[in-house]
Design a protein around this ligand. Structure first.
Ligand SMILES: Nc1ncnc2c1ncn2[C@@H]1O[C@H](COP(=O)(O)OP(=O)(O)OP(=O)(O)O)[C@@H](O)[C@H]1O
Length: 231
């Protein structure tokens, strides 16, 4: 069971405050949707959680520690924060083999995760020929390699077709049912309503809502974010 605690988390870029004293918990054994308008601070928060950005103040803790202090971070946390970053000339399978090697994970995991994301055949092809949805699936495969207790996904549904969305929904629910912690940002409220158990809404870097999913999510979103965007 992996607990996530965001505590008075703040990130400033010059005079701009992207994340502003944000506090919330992410429960284990549930899918938590992380919502907010464009520029609300979601990606910045997730980047701090997985050690890609340093907080200006406050903390993002995984089982009580910042990512950088986890004893085995690549096994504890699987993250998908952008679907780029693949070497275009590399085969999908080789990309995952390199990740597995760096994390000292058994190479057998590569075939398991390729199968899990439906890329068994495509894994033999070079990434330059992948569609956006296939790149998302490959990114998800990378996040799943270490069978992590915590999955952190930034808009993973981007580029997925309807069957891909249904597949992703089932995957996230399966992880949560197995007791894992799943934190996923999204703009697709209808999708979130079908997937999430718990919802966190931010706006202008601040917490606007935290609670169980259900009810009229669109109404909650629009009223808590004043239907305006910071960008
Ligand atoms: N590296 C950076 N340098 C300067 N400003 C940044 C940087 N990263 C993010 N910001 C700013 O911080 C704010 C929050 O951005 P962030 O990407 O976290 O929002 P978001 O909620 O993920 O948005 P979206 O839904 O559009 O992806 C924005 O105003 C953005 O311009």
């Amino acid at each position: 069971m992996t607990e996530v605690r965001i505590q008075a988390l703040t990130k400033r870029y010059g005079h701009q405050t992207a994340v502003d004293g944000l506090t919330f918990d992410v429960p284990a054994g549930a899918v938590t949707a992380f919502l907010g308008p464009n520029g609300a601070g979601k990606t910045t928060t997730l980047r701090m959680l997985v050690g890609l950005a340093r907080p200006s103040a406050g903390a993002a803790l995984i089982d009580g520690r910042p990512f950088a202090e986890l004893p085995n971070p690549r096994r504890a946390v699987g993250a998908l924060l952008e679907s780029g970053g693949f070497h275009p000339g590399r085969r999908g399978r080789d990309h995952l083999r390199i990740l597995a090697g760096a994390a000292r994970l058994p190479h057998a995991r590569v075939d398991e995760v390729l199968d899990e994301v439906g890329l068994t055949e495509a894994g033999r092809r070079r990434v330059r020929g992948y569609s956006l949805g296939m790149r998302q699936r490959l990114g998800l495969a990378g996040a799943l390699l270490g069978d992590p207790g915590l999955l952190v996904l930034d808009e993973p549904a981007n580029g997925l077709d309807p069957a891909g969305m249904a597949w992703l929904r089932a995957l996230l629910k399966r992880r949560a049912a197995a007791g894992h912690t799943v934190l996923v940002s999204s703009h697709v409220l209808a999708e979130v309503a079908q997937t999430a158990d718990h919802v966190v809404i931010v706006h202008r870097g601040r917490l606007r809502y935290e609670g169980p999913a259900g009810g009229d999510l669109e109404h909650t979103f629009l009223t808590t974010t004043e239907a305006t965007s910071a960008v």
